[in-house]
Design a protein around this ligand. Structure first.
Ligand code: ZN
Length: 132
């Protein structure tokens, strides 16, 4: 279970819509299972089918959250054309079994956000609780 404030949820979806048809990506800063805010990251692949983070931006995001006593508890990215589930490449690249992997799909009329944990190349769906 991951708890996401409504404002952060809306921010993730807005980021996905702004970047469409390029994949949007970012981190989720928070503590334990509760997200505090989203960090929008540049997709250096500039692609509708995959994303990569900029290493300097990654380092900055890590330092910023650490200085605030927070952690990077999740990552999100968008799927402009495909469903909200991890692709083969997403699973291959999922290096941390403890963080949440969120995907926003824009494939249907309404954006759909789903969360997953990925451990040993196995995907587990995770419930999202939207909080105020
Ligand atoms: Zn993906």
């Amino acid at each position: 279970m991951i708890k996401i404030p409504q404002s952060v949820y809306d921010d993730i979806v807005a980021h996905a819509l702004e970047q469409n048809p390029i994949e949007a990506c970012g981190y989720l800063a928070g503590l334990n299972d509760e997200v505090t805010y989203a960090i929008r990251m540049k997709n250096t692949d500039n692609s509708p089918e995959h994303f990569s983070f900029d290493p300097q931006e990654q380092f900055d995001a890590f330092k910023k959250t650490q200085n605030e006593g927070l952690r990077l508890i999740g990552m999100y990215h968008s799927h402009p054309l495909t469903p909200a589930r991890p692709s083969v490449e997403d699973i291959k690249l999922a290096y941390d079994p403890n963080i949440s992997y969120l995907i926003v799909s824009l494939a249907e009329a309404l954006p759909e956000l789903k969360s997953f944990k990925i451990k040993d190349k196995t995907v587990f769906k995770e419930e999202i609780e939207v909080i105020l």
